[in-house]
Write a protein that binds this ligand. Structure first.
Ligand code: NAD
Length: 423
């Protein structure tokens, strides 16, 4: 069985490597030549635990990569994993989906064998049926039913993506055609997870609603945390008691500096935009975003209330990635915090175990350090923005600060004298 994957980013590369591990012949198309070249040399352009080893194991064996579409012709499946970034109005920008669909269609023109196109990217309901399918069918000229379409949303968490592929909570497959659904489901044989077979649009919607619900839990916990802090109550104690209710579950109740990453902010924004486009006012979703926007800036307000005017002050920022175990800084909450610090004239001393290089492209003018200790030396205050487990061991390192003002945006430290953003 041959599978093609379009787009070699976080989702596409993990999917390609994991399908290779399941024994399929996989071909990855990645138009970014630099990324494709690195993958070809067995080097993952992103950090993801376990990914490098699997890539080295399969590259040039049952996994190949190219910058063009030519080799797609001889396969039975194509998974579309290109990005769907936010447009300026918050809606999903589908230009990569459109162009990948056209390119794929052209390469399927001369093929005769049945082919199933599976959209894995997060796309608004209707996209697979009304944008991908017509573009592929028109470019291929194959209107005879030999190309079918499915939607298989991805739920991986960065930092544990490989584990999530092999042990997902569920596999969702949406189709207009039962046969295509069954063929896609068969690719996951051997993976023990509930299978949800549904329509194309329901599958597309399941992804948005899952992310929106998780984001809602976070913003809800943050709002409760803000109230608890004023009342002198530990929100983590509160949420421990709340989360043991099986109707609620303990997950995603950690109050802090808000959610970031490439998915939650953009997917909630896209759902808001979708709702508004059909005349609905999504009050809860808008509040989820509003709480999130102001939450990160509470770090800076709290800091000012502790050390006053920030002009000329040295502020250590520990953690730049949007979460631990990744080098991804997309929409990281460290970004608005550093921006606000810089605007107030503070001198930022940043450290992240993996994300210094990525953040240096966003903020080339701040100082980066190779260790937490380096960033803390002489600092007037410290803000913790990412829950890196190694930060939990920091203690004497804080003695190197000019003054020991430590504010956590993620509950991770175990040292004395720290204060939480909302605990
Ligand atoms: P990404 O930006 O890391 O990767 C997308 C890749 O597609 C890029 O490397 C880009 O060069 C490539 N590309 C763009 N156009 C192409 C084309 N025409 N042909 C071939 N390659 C092309 O994005 P990602 O984080 O992997 O996300 C991909 C999709 O999956 C998005 O819709 C996202 O919302 C969704 N998703 C992401 C995650 C996550 O944690 N990153 C989780 C679940 C779902």
């Amino acid at each position: 069985m041959r599978i093609n994957i379009i787009g070699g980013g976080y989702v596409g590369l993990v999917t390609a490597v994991c399908f290779s591990e399941l024994g399929y012949e996989v071909h990855l198309v990645e138009i970014d030549r630099e990324k494709a070249g690195a993958i070809n040399r067995g080097i993952a352009p992103i950090y993801e635990p376990g990914l490098d080893n699997l890539l080295k194991k399969h590259i040039h064996r049952n996994l190949t990569v190219s910058g063009e579409y030519q080799e797609i012709v001889e396969s039975e499946f194509t998974f579309m994993c290109v990005g769907t970034p936010p447009a300026p109005d918050g809606s999903a920008d589908l230009r990569f989906i459109r162009s990948a669909s056209r390119s794929l269609g052209s390469t399927l023109k001369d093929a005769k064998d049945p082919h199933t196109v599976v959209v894995k990217s997060t796309v608004p309901p209707g996209t697979t049926g009304t944008i991908v399918a017509p573009a592929v069918l028109e470019a291929s000229g194959r209107q005879d039913g030999s190309i079918t379409f499915a939607m298989n949303p991805e739920f991986l968490r960065e930092g544990q993506a490989v584990g999530d592929f092999f042990h997902p909570d569920r596999i969702v497959i949406g189709c207009g055609d039962d046969g295509a659904c069954r063929r896609v489901a068969a690719l996951y044989d051997g993976i023990d997870a509930p299978l949800v077979m549904t329509g194309l649009e329901a599958a597309e919607m399941i992804k948005y609603v899952s992310n929106a619900f998780l984001a809602t839990k976070i913003s809800f916990s943050n709002e409760i945390g803000n109230i608890c802090k004023k009342l002198g109550i530990d929100v983590y104690e509160v949420m421990r008691g709340v989360g043991l209710d099986s109707r609620i579950s303990p997950h995603f109740l950690n109050a802090g500096a808000g959610f970031g990453g490439s998915c939650f902010p953009k997917d909630v924004a896209a759902l808001v935009s979708l709702a508004e486009s059909i005349g609905e006012e999504p009050l809860i979703l808008k509040s989820v975003m509003a709480v999130n926007e102001q939450q990160a800036l509470r770090m800076v307000t709290l800091l000012e209330s502790r050390i006053g005017d920030l002009r000329g002050k040295q502020i250590a920022v520990l953690g730049l990635a949007f979460k631990d175990n990744t080098d991804d800084i997309r929409d990281s909450r460290a970004i608005p915090v550093i921006q606000a610090l810089v605007e107030r004239g503070a001198l930022v001393r940043a450290f992240d175990p993996l994300a210094n290089t990525a953040m240096a492209k966003v903020f080339p003018g701040i100082m980066y350090y190779e260790s937490a200790e380096g960033a803390l030396s002489g600092a007037d205050a410290c803000l913790v923005m990412t829950e890196w487990p190694e930060f939990s061991h920091l203690d004497n390192e804080f003695d190197r600060m000019a003054s020991r003002v430590i504010i956590e945006g993620r509950r991770i430290l175990s040292c004395d004298g720290k204060e939480g953003i909302c605990w």
